[in-house]
Design a protein around this ligand. Sequence first.
Ligand SMILES: NC(=O)C1=CN([C@@H]2O[C@H](COP(=O)(O)OP(=O)(O)OC[C@H]3O[C@@H](n4cnc5c(N)ncnc54)[C@H](O)[C@@H]3O)[C@@H](O)[C@H]2O)C=CC1
Ligand SMILES: O=C([O-])CC(=O)C(=O)O
Length: 269
Amino acid sequence: MHLALIGYGSIGKRIVAWLADHPVQQLTIMVRSGAIGQTLGDPALAQAAKAAQVTDDIGTLMEGKPDLVVECAGQAVVAAHGPVILTAGLDLVVVSVGALADNDLRQRLAAASEAGRAELILPPGAIGGLDLLSTLALAGDVQVTYRGTKPPQAWRGTPAEDLCDLSYLRQPTTFFDDSARDAARLYPKNANVAATLALAAGSFDRTRVQLIADPDATGNAHSFDVRSPAGSFSMQIESSPSADNAKTSVTTAFSVISEIIRKRAALAE
Ligand SMILES: NC(=O)C1=CN([C@@H]2O[C@H](COP(=O)(O)OP(=O)(O)OC[C@H]3O[C@@H](n4cnc5c(N)ncnc54)[C@H](O)[C@@H]3O)[C@@H](O)[C@H]2O)C=CC1
Ligand SMILES: O=C([O-])CC(=O)C(=O)O
């Protein structure tokens, strides 16, 4: 298998660490300009693949015709490169699902997927329960309320800094209570799961999102309630944060790894 990663942060590194015990034939990693040398120097690469290359150029990544491209970099990367990757016929896992809150980009990705006969794969990421949510959405009139609770440091560098004093919180503080569309737009590094739920529910505007900073939280908690005439359920997930990115639940990388395993099995058939 030839695997390509765009982004080598907490998720990319976790995937490469897993590859040490499940190496691929070929690995291509796309990083930002300036990070090539440092990434090439990472000893984890040698164990992850028989041949590894690092580039900052999307053309170089695509030329190698990887069997699977994984975006684990950010919403801007989905917008800049997602359509061209799919049009070229390359299957693409998008982790920065919040990018799909942009209706125009969502349509362009769908059209590119069709034109290139390539699969756009949206992993569950840091949450679960999407199968039942999709089922209830089909039955109609589904209402979703999601609550994302993280320690104050996970909200640094976001608009939460202007809405509450993250350094001096004494109790759990809800600083955002609005639609999944606005959550994905305003908190691109923290609210991808809200977008994932909205896609399963069939509406970014009717999916309600509450974001909470909790000084006593030791990890990232995701909880949501689904109510519909056909059935209702609630889910509560307590996740460990990634060691090198408090915003990202460690489960997310394993959700992507599941997609890599699925692709590898399909190639072996
Ligand atoms: N779907 C889900 O449930 C979840 C999605 N995410 C999202 O996944 C993405 C990755 O998460 P992490 O690895 O934790 O983030 P991170 O910040 O640790 O790593 C992202 C890496 O991508 C690199 N990058 C950014 N733009 C790039 C470009 N144009 N070309 C190459 N590299 C580029 C950055 O330099 C950084 O090294 C983020 O957008 C995050 O919000 C995170 C958690 C859950
Ligand atoms: O990993 C998490 O805890 C969720 C997250 O950051 C996101 O949805 O963007």
